[in-house]
Design a protein around this ligand. Structure first.
Ligand code: ADP
Ligand code: MG
Length: 257
């Protein structure tokens, strides 16, 4: 599905200074994979994701997306392909503030010729558990709910690949797990997912970890036993229930004496 061959990316900061963000990256991602790209801040994760997601182009090397060479395409051709093939989720949600959840999810449909707009947006919101929040504005939603709206928006055009750049970076750990749990469900239904994160625990929910530093791939391997976000969430819930029960018992004992 994704074939990068010796891809490099150099940013020219000014006439004399340039930054090599990616250096000689060769990487294959097959349909149905769930890959985490991990590495420290500034290692080139976002640059790599932006190139794979057709938001940016390499300065050197070849990129075949679904067997089509895309490294030489112009901006319009990239935009068209991007709209058809890929969905994005970002750390800071990127929702329009004065627009309801449903209208936010409908936005990508405006650029594609889909006739059943209303149903699609509603169904995408249902898929992330937000059917009762469709008419809320982003400011009326929690961070985790806003990110789920962003996930619904990324899915509404039925992309082949979902790219997420630090999607849990602005969330508390429970909301983060809820987001990862949605990705795991989507992947089980066959969606290809590329997740960028600097968080090792989050990465261990994927099925393959590609580690980069200084713009180079350092390691690439399968995750023997991916963590299950849904199980961790039930455990969190059970711990909370236990803590509440203990607090109640203690309060009752206090009254009895
Ligand atoms: P990460 O996502 O791992 O934090 P990035 O891909 O954002 O890393 O950045 C990799 C390197 O490329 C950094 O040194 C960063 O400063 C540089 N870089 C990224 N984007 C640009 C840009 N548009 N212009 C100049 N330098 C950039
Ligand atoms: Mg980044």
């Amino acid at each position: 599905m994704i074939q990068l061959r010796n891809v490099s990316k150099k940013f020219q900061k000014n006439e004399s200074i340039s930054v090599v963000a990616l250096s000689d990256v060769t990487l294959d991602i097959k349909p149905g994979e769930f890959v985490a790209i991990v590495g420290p801040s500034g290692s080139g994760k976002s640059t790599l994701m932006n190139i794979m997601g057709l938001l940016d182009v390499p300065t050197e090397g070849s990129y075949l997306l679904e067997n089509k060479e895309v490294s030489g395409l112009d901006i319009d051709a990239l935009a068209k392909l991007r709209n058809q093939k890929v969905g994005f989720v970002f750390q800071s949600f990127h929702l329009l503030a004065r627009t309801s959840a449903k209208e936010n999810v409908e936005l990508p449909l405006i650029y594609s010729d889909r006739s059943d707009i209303k149903n699609r947006a509603a169904n995408a919101l249902k898929a992330v558990g937000l059917e009762d929040r469709m008419n809320h504005f982003p400011s009326e939603l929690s961070g985790g709910e806003q990110q789920r709206v962003a996930i619904a928006r990324s899915l509404v055009n039925e992309p082949d690949i979902l790219f997420a750049d630090e999607p849990t970076g602005n969330l508390d750990s429970q909301s983060g797990l809820e987001v990862i749990s949605i990705f795991q469900d989507l992947n089980e239904q066959g969606k290809t997912i590329v997740l960028v994160t600097h968080d090792q625990h989050i990465a261990e929910h994927s099925r393959r970890i590609v580690r980069i530093s200084d713009g180079k791939i350092q390691a690439d391997g399968a995750v023997a036993q991916p963590k299950r976000a849904a199980e961790e969430l039930s455990k969190l819930q059970a711990d909370k229930t236990n803590a509440n029960q203990n607090a109640r018992l203690q309060a009752d004992e206090g009254e009895a004496t």
